[in-house]
Design a protein around this ligand. Structure first.
Ligand SMILES: Cc1cc2nc3c(=O)[nH]c(=O)nc-3n(C[C@H](O)[C@H](O)[C@H](O)COP(=O)(O)OP(=O)(O)OC[C@H]3O[C@@H](n4cnc5c(N)ncnc54)[C@H](O)[C@@H]3O)c2cc1C
Length: 420
């Protein structure tokens, strides 16, 4: 084993969240002779294989945000100020990135990728200058665009704390309560977390279909158990009902509240109406049309490489929510794909330096699976084991902090230390 002395290879990663950080950190492991952190776990009595070749590598991550945001934690962060502060860690405070000599972070929005020239143009978040980066390999990991309050719109931690704080304060005034619109996974978690943190509030969830999670390919018993646990947790759930209009009203002290009219003519008052219904859009505007499907998802091959026929396609990979692949979009899937993309870039590097045919990891079809936090309980559905639910499932899937420590440890973000 040894390092082949050459100019460092340049890998550009667009998006520095679950998929992007997984790609960067696993690639760094491989290129520095360490077993990849998200790779197969060591088996007792067997030697863990270590990467056979080391390479000088410069990994650049470009992200619009100034830090890693634990997106899964949003529903709790919008109900709890102190948790909100924990969910966003500036990259300059993230040990695995801050202390790495291989990984460089730039804050900006990637606008265009030229697959032939292997250059990317991005606009810096602070000065709004357009800059160009050259690369040898690219991994697109920019996820999905989602609207407020499903995800932060702020690009800085400071801005996130302001928007989240305002939202929490508005929702917890405690006069009329909160209406969450949309009984998909996000709406369910938003309503359940709020009721868990502030049990004295009236929290109502309204969903237009008869069953919750209606657009997810999950068995009915999962949907029914979720409804039961939500109601058990004190959330009032209205199904088969649509919101017709929402009007802003001022009381005699000029404080704002909302009058909501449903399609059946009934009305309710709420201190806050949170919409969790918009359709997310892949953040792939910077890629050519030929690599995307009609909705904008990247048409990856099982190796996560860009589709056949697009320029330099085996130097371009995509990982995480923005890919067109089977399965429910999940953070575990995003981190797993990040590891596969890292491995396959590493294989391409070996191939380019030695002429060896790359041994790509290939993504299998992903069946529907989910872990859903419903207040103090969680519901999970895994094809092998079917449905499970309860407080022990919550502990297993989310720990004590809605999955923050689990993701942190899986990605090794603290270089051996836990989150602060
Ligand atoms: C409210 C909510 C709750 C969820 N709960 C769960 C859960 O309980 N369990 C679960 O498994 N999954 C859950 N998910 C899904 C999970 O969060 C996603 O599957 C996961 O975030 C995908 O990771 P990603 O890295 O692909 O994309 P993202 O996490 O979306 O990250 C994309 C990154 O790319 C950056 N970016 C975007 N465009 C550009 C650009 N043009 N230039 C530069 N940077 C860019 C963004 O700033 C962001 O940092 C939840 C999602 C939401 C919204």
């Amino acid at each position: 084993m040894g390092s082949i002395p050459t100019t460092p290879l340049r890998v550009l990663i667009v998006g520095g969240s679950y998929a992007g950080l997984s790609a960067a950190l696993n690639l760094q492991d491989l290129c520095t002779g360490k077993p990849p952190r998200c790779g197969p776990k060591p088996v007792e009595g067997q030697e863990t294989p270590i990467p056979s070749q080391q390479f000088d590598i410069d990994i650049t991550i470009i992200d619009e945000r100034d830090g890693f945001f634990h997106l899964i934690g949003t529903p709790l962060a919008l109900a709890d100020h102190s948790y909100a502060a924990k969910t966003w860690i500036n990259y300059t405070d993230l040990p695995a990135v801050r202390d790495s000599s291989n990984i460089n972070i730039l804050q900006g929005t990637v606008k265009h990728v030229d697959q032939v020239l292997k250059t990317a143009k991005y606009v810096t978040s602070t000065t709004k200058e357009t800059k160009t980066v050259e690369y040898d390999y690219l991994i697109a990991a920019a996820g999905l665009k989602r609207v407020w309050p499903v995800v932060p719109q702020a690009l800085t931690k400071k801005g996130w704390l302001l928007e989240a704080g305002k939202h929490t304060d508005e929702g917890t005034k405690g006069r009329y309560g909160v209406l969450v619109v949309g009984g998909g996974a996000v709406g369910i978690e938003m309503a359940a977390e709020l009721k868990l943190v502030r049990p004295e509030l009236n929290v109502t969830l309204v969903h237009s279909r008869e069953k919750l999670l209606s657009s997810e390919p999950l068995p009915d018993d999962v949907k029914e158990k979720t409804l039961e646990l939500l109601r058990e947790g004190g959330v009032e759930v209205l199904t088969g009902l649509r919101v017709k209009k929402t009007e802003e009203v001022k009381d005699e002290q000029q404080k704002t509240f909302y009058r909501v009219t449903f399609e059946d003519g009934k009305t309710m008052l709420a201190d806050q109406v949170s919409f969790a219904i918009s359709r997310p859009v892949p953040a792939t505007e910077f890629l050519g049309e030929e690599v995307k499907d009609d909705e904008g998802y990247v048409k990856i091959q099982p190796s996560l490489a860009f589709p056949e026929g697009s320029p330099n396609n085996f130097d371009h990979f995509a990982a995480g929510d923005l890919v067109k692949w089977s399965g429910i979009k999940r953070c575990g899937g995003a981190m797993h794909m990040g590891y596969f993309a890292a491995n396959n870039v590493y294989q391409r590097i070996i191939g380019s330096r030695t002429g060896k045919t790359p041994e790509f990891l290939q993504l299998d079809e992903i069946p529907p699976m989910i872990g859903l936090a419903v207040g103090k309980n969680a519901v999970s559905y895994w094809p092998q084991s079917g449905m499970s639910y309860g407080e022990d499932v919550m502990k297993l899937f989310f720990g004590d902090d809605l999955g923050f420590t689990i993701c942190w440890d899986h990605l090794g973000l603290g270089n051996g230390k836990g989150p602060v």
